[in-house]
Every structure is written in structure tokens, then in C-alpha cells.
Design a binder for this molecule. Structure first.
Ligand SMILES: C[S@@+](CC[C@H](N)C(=O)[O-])C[C@H]1O[C@@H](n2cnc3c(N)ncnc32)[C@H](O)[C@@H]1O
Length: 197
């Protein structure tokens, strides 16, 4: 994943720490605190998400919420809905960080926001220089098979700026089970250049 602000994993305080909810190491579990707005982008990307306040670099914006599926369940869901265009992109959870073990498909988890999610499902993609970056966060459970995926600002973001995230799509991979959209991120380093020509 891209972003100027990136660290491997955040472990937030939990019930065994003896602190309370005001502890400075309980950020993601307190939920969204900045003013966000879903808006119509008007540039062909459909709905998007923007901030209504200036956000300094490193601000927690929101969690990426979705149904937790195994890769096998996601594949079956995709097969059943083939033909209808997908409007959300499942996020693969890189479970077992730090371990050399390669997970089997039926074990590997992902978050699918197609039927159930939060405002993060309105965040549009931007190649490379997106203003949000994702950081795995361990909240409450030390189980490394599942973690929360939190989105933080990768730089200072001004009020009314659209919030964007690099979905990590390989636009040249035509064999991927999910057909990529034609990217209109507008980035000078857009990865979808060949498809446009
Ligand atoms: C997670 S949704 C984002 C919210 C979406 N714009 C909506 O109106 O619900 C992902 C979808 O948004 C659109 N999208 C996101 N980023 C885009 C981009 N850079 N260029 C064109 N379309 C984009 C694509 O249709 C994609 O399938």
C-alpha cells in the first residue's frame, strides 16, 4: 500500500490495559470524529467522500468496514453475481503478518463492503498519491488472523478536498476476477494510462 505515513501495525489499548476510553492509544475504537460528507464528484466517479474540516497528516479518518469473508466465499459471491458490475472492492486482509506461512484460500480473509459497510465504501481510488493510507489496527483481539483496517491521512488535507485511497489495482491485469473500472483519478502518475490510449 502507498502513502507517506505508514507503519506496520498499531496495537490499541484494550480492556486488560487498565486505562479508560480517554486513553490516547484508543483512537480507532472511538470511531469517526472528523466531519465527513458523501458528495457527488461530478467527474464520472459517482459518489465520493470529502472532509469538511482541515485534517493534519496522520489523522484517523474512518475504518474500512465490510463483511468478513474467506477468499473462497468471496469467489463464490463473485461467480453468482457475474455480469453485474461491482461497486466496491474487497480488501484482502494480510493475516498472519510477520509469519512466513502462506494462507490457503479458505483461510485467507477479506472485507467485502458490497452489502454492509460504512462511509469508507464511498472513498474513490487514486493511483499512488492518494491522501489516505491504510494501517492495520489490533483492537481488543490479539488474533492476528483478523484486524481492523483504519484509514489515516497521508498528508495535510484541506477542508472540502476529496478523500482518496489507492485500492492497489493492477489495471494491466486483465485476468483478475473483478473487472477494473476505467480510472479517472486524474493523478499525474495514474497507472491506467495504457487503457486510455
Ligand atoms: C468503493 S466505490 C466508491 C464509491 C463510488 N464512487 C459510488 O458512487 O458508490 C468504487 C467504485 O467507484 C468508482 N471509482 C472509484 N475510483 C474511481 C476512479 N479513480 N476512476 C473512476 N471510477 C472510480 C468505480 O465505479 C468503482 O467501482
Amino acid at each position: 500500500m502507498q502513502g507517506a505515513y505508514h507503519q506496520e501495525v498499531i496495537k490499541e489499548c484494550w480492556r486488560k490495559c487498565g486505562c479508560n476510553m480517554n486513553c490516547g492509544n484508543r483512537v480507532v475504537q472511538r470511531g469517526i470524529t472528523c466531519e465527513l460528507q458523501v458528495f457527488l464528484t461530478g467527474d464520472g466517479k459517482g459518489w465520493g467522500l470529502r472532509t469538511l474540516q482541515d485534517l493534519p497528516k496522520g489523522t484517523f479518518v474512518c475504518e474500512y468496514v465490510g463483511e468478513i469473508l474467506t477468499n473462497t466465499e468471496l469467489y463464490e459471491r463473485n461467480v453468482k453475481s457475474s455480469g453485474s458490475e461491482r461497486h466496491t472492492y474487497p480488501v484482502t486482509l494480510d493475516a498472519d503478518w510477520g509469519s512466513e506461512r502462506i494462507l490457503k484460500d479458505e483461510e485467507a480473509l477479506c472485507l467485502d463492503a458490497t452489502f454492509s459497510g460504512n462511509v469508507a465504501r464511498f472513498i474513490n481510488h487514486r493511483c499512488f498519491d492518494a491522501n489516505l493510507t491504510d494501517i492495520p489496527v489490533e483492537v481488543e483481539t490479539p488474533d492476528r488472523h483478523y484486524y481492523h483496517l483504519a484509514l489515516f491521512t497521508a498528508r495535510n488535507v484541506n477542508a472540502l478536498e476529496e478523500l482518496t485511497w489507492d485500492y492497489g489495482i493492477d489495471f494491466s491485469d486483465h485476468n483478475h476476477p473483478i473487472k477494473a473500472f476505467k480510472c479517472g483519478c486524474g493523478s499525474a502518475v495514474c497507472r491506467d494510462v495504457k487503457r486510455k490510449s
